[in-house]
Design a protein around this ligand. Structure first.
Ligand code: PMP
Length: 391
């Protein structure tokens, strides 16, 4: 009998994190596992008003099919907001997508043939690893240091014929690491020199609660790159609205891949998001999120300093939603996970974020989705698990 499934599905697994979330559904468990924004900060009332206005004013057209490129007004708003971040973006170079996750799928379709070398950070974003894996590339990983990728490894990968480099330079998922200004410039210089396509995924860039905002790597690249953004972390992920900025040659191919995938992003979701953006002060809403996440991150670091042994090191993110912990070599965070669940606390073991089965001793902690009281109690429990595990 012929194989029932396509060969490509043989190498791709269900998202480990989504599986873990099932285990952590128990309400007694304090979970730092999910990558969820804090739902207390979702603009429920404002979205309610925006959706009523949309249905009252343009009901039928909001329910109709629409263009693949996306709502013109929404694209104009996205372009205008980039001005505040020092980037001049033509609205016609913006393609609205079904979450920024869809960009990874359509980029893979557009750029990756089987065996093509794609460079990713180590550790890397699991959703990208999953999206790319279906197209059977060869992953080449570069170590992520405190200030960005190891440049020697990056250059070696580029010299070795890499086709593209996918990265999250702001408050990376999973590590929380951000690239320094020097490394942003150096990455752009290397991608230009070797003609490698740079795919910059930036869902967290606006969530900086410490330090100075830095320009995107995209802004330094002379070779046309790709810049991805999302409303998921600044408004709400349930709408599934993201976007990609690309120059015409690439843009046209992304449009074709998106058409084949879903024709266009939900018309009604875009209409409501546009109305919400027009009628509300999104900048003060983002300020509110940053203030809350900043305090939650502060609390998590303080509690870790109190309850974790000194042999566990952590990143100290200046924004975003995650921090990353590393235990001494030889200890497995998968084994720690079982112990922690018994102590009613959860995290994500680091290994799925590596494509080479390393990272055994690492773990990801989410600080956006728990208030300070839960962070204090959860880190106390985890400290207890780690202390008895490392004994
Ligand atoms: N990229 C990164 C780095 C992410 O962390 C996420 C969310 N987990 C996404 C993309 C996808 O986000 P969305 O599809 O909600 O825009």
């Amino acid at each position: 009998m012929p194989n029932k499934f396509a060969r490509r599905m043989g190498t791709v697994h269900r998202s480990f994190i989504r599986e873990i979330l099932k285990v952590t559904a128990d309400s007694e468990i304090i979970s730092f596992a999910g990558g969820l924004p804090n739902p207390e900060l979702f603009p429920v009332k404002a979205m309610d008003i925006a959706s009523r206005e949309v249905f009252a004013e343009i009901g039928a057209s909001a329910l109709q099919y629409s263009t693949t490129e996306g709502d013109a007004g929404l694209r104009a708003i996205i372009a205008k907001r980039y001005e505040g971040r020092g980037l001049t973006i033509d609205p016609d170079s913006i393609l609205v997508t079904t979450g920024s996750q869809q960009i990874l799928d359509i980029c893979a379709k557009v750029f990756l043939d089987k065996g093509d070398k794609v460079v990713i950070e180590r550790p890397g974003y699991l959703g990208a690893i999953q999206a790319f894996s279906i197209f059977e590339p060869e992953f080449v990983t570069v170590s992520l240091e405190d200030d960005g990728p190891n440049l020697e490894e990056l250059e070696a990968a580029f010299k070795d014929g890499a086709k593209c480099f996918y990265a999250v330079p702001n408050f990376q998922n999973p590590s929380g690491v951000s690239y320094s200004l020097e490394k942003r410039k150096a990455v752009a210089e290397l991608t230009d020199r070797y003609g490698v396509l740079f795919v910059e995924d930036d869902p967290y860039g606006e969530l900086r609660f410490l330090g100075e905002d830095l320009p995107s790597v995209y802004s330094f690249c002379k070779t046309p790159g790709i810049l991805c953004g999302s409303f998921s972390k600044i408004a709400a992920p349930g709408f599934r609205i993201g976007w990609v900025v690309a120059e015409k040659e690439i843009y046209d191919k992304l449009v074709i891949a998106k058409q084949a995938s879903d024709l266009h992003t939900s018309t009604v979701a875009q209409a409501i998001m546009r109305r919400y953006m027009e009628s509300n002060d999104i900048e003060s809403h983002v300020a509110l999120i940053k203030d809350r996440y900043g305090r939650q991150r502060e609390c998590m670091v303080e509690m870790i300093n109190t309850y974790f042994p000194d042999s566990v090191s952590i990143t100290k993110p200046e924004g975003g939603m995650f921090l990353w912990a590393t235990m001494p070599e030889g200890f497995s965070s998968m084994d720690l996970f079982d112990l922690a669940i018994k102590d009613k606390v959860a995290f994500v073991p680091g290994r799925p974020f590596y494509t080479d089965d390393s990272g055994e001793n690492t773990l990801r902690l989410n600080f956006s989705n728990s208030d300070e009281a839960r962070i204090e109690e959860g880190i106390k429990r985890l400290g207890k698990s780690i202390n008895s595990f490392l004994e």
